[in-house]
Design a protein around this ligand. Structure first.
Ligand SMILES: [Zn+2]
Length: 398
């Protein structure tokens, strides 16, 4: 099935229609009979009741509760009713699936929690909030793939110092890293529909990026026996797998290993066949770590609020990362290549999963790309003139 860039979107929920059709075909599901609607909005896709509605309300009390369970409850395995009685909270404040998924506190672990930290605004604000709690031994872990903005790195160091949080930066070798990103850019030349579908779901640059973060964080969590891993992604992201199905049912914290399996294994197999040295970057370990999707518990503040809070701690908005990121210098190039190859943006899909569960879904707009940031990214990863031409680096979609 060859891919042609196609920017048409469902008029009701904004889901990219070519993606919707492609996924239905790969899965053997019914394809939408209506040229203007996705399969879901056309009513031919099976509803997915097990996907939770994104919650807008403040669930900070639940975060407090799960952290209390982690700190105080010695009972194992956990019994939600007993835990609620022990902590003196109503039984319905302690959802069984959530309580049972809280990992055991072990005296040998040096850290209670790792924060997947990029130095960008979302993970910086999350780190600030967690550090200010004062009841968790937090470590900030960052993967610098060589594409982090120098301003983001400077932000990260000064913020961690101000907050009194240890910062660990892992730096993989540059050549295999660049190779892995090139494999992502070239997926649309492959025949395997599952590879193509994954590249469209995660993005040609973001897939190698997220995968190395997830894989190498599993190494860190394994070595340091870290039970909790805070992630600052969008609401709903990382709670569901590529097929939009939850990793775990009923509000339980998703295991890091589930994300490893879903996001990393296919790319690693592809890299093993094409560039074994790049596949090495995707080596993983089994962990007992669960992910805590921070912004599912703590409502996102406004962008202005978030930046003002961080600026008060000396953090500064980087000027060299493009319109969609405050840490990554490859992001904008990834967007350009994805739009040229597939016709849409990664966030149009991720958000569409949630948008179509909302009472009044409205399609999101498309960001204008920053040409200077695109050129900077292409130079950083040392694309050849042939590659620049092939991937349409210097032009927008036809
Ligand atoms: Zn739709």
């Amino acid at each position: 099935m060859p891919i042609e860039p196609d920017s048409s979107r469902c008029v009701r929920c904004g889901m990219p229609l070519s993606y919707d059709r492609y996924v239905a075909t790969v899965e053997g599901d019914p394809v939408s009979p209506d040229p203007e609607l996705c399969a879901h909005c056309a009513g031919v896709a099976a509803p997915s009741p097990e996907v939770e509605r994104p919650v807008a309300e403040d669930r900070s009390a639940q975060l407090d509760l799960l952290l209390r369970v982690y700190r105080e409850s010695a009972a194992w395995p956990r019994d939600a009713g007993a835990v609620a009685r022990e902590l003196g909270v109503p039984a319905d404040a302690a959802p069984a699936a959530l309580i049972e998924s809280v990992p055991e506190r072990r005296s040998g672990s040096r850290y209670d929690a790792v924060v997947l930290f990029s130095g960008g605004k979302d993970s910086s604000w999350m780190l600030m909030k967690l550090a200010q709690r004062g009841d968790l031994r937090v470590v900030a872990w960052m993967l610098d793939q060589g594409y982090q903005s120098p301003a983001a790195l400077a932000n990260a160091e000064s913020l961690c110092e101000k907050l009194g949080v240890e910062l660990v930066i892992t730096r993989p070798e540059q050549d295999p890293m660049n190779t892995l990103f090139r494999l992502g850019f070239a997926v649309n030349e492959e025949q395997d529909p599952h590879l193509l579908r994954a590249a469209m779901s995660y993005g040609p640059a973001c897939w190698p990026c997220f995968s190395t973060i997830v894989a190498q964080s599993s190494v860190f969590c394994h070595e340091k026996d870290v039970p909790l891993c805070f992630i600052g992604t969008q609401k709903g992201q990382n709670r569901t797998n590529m097929r939009g199905k939850p990793y775990v049912p009923g509000g339980a914290l998703p295991p890091l290993d589930a994300a490893v399996e879903d996001m990393v294994s296919m790319l690693r197999a592809h890299a093993e066949a094409k560039a074994p040295e790049a596949a090495e970057l995707l080596r993983t370990f089994r962990t007992r770590t669960v992910m805590v999707p921070f912004y599912e518990f703590i409502p996102q503040p406004t962008l202005e609020r978030k930046i003002a809070d961080l600026e008060a701690l000396g953090w500064a908005v980087p000027r060299n990362t493009g319109s969609c990121s405050t840490n990554c210098m490859m992001n904008e190039l990834g967007y350009r290549i994805m739009r040229n190859q597939y016709g849409f943006d990664i966030y149009q899909i991720m958000e569409a999963h949630e948008r179509r569960l909302m009472p009044d879904p409205t399609p999101a707009g498309i960001a204008v790309l920053d040409e200077e940031a695109i050129r900077r990214g292409a130079k950083l990863i040392q694309l050849t003139p042939v590659e620049r031409l092939k991937w349409g680096v210097d032009r927008g979609p036809a």
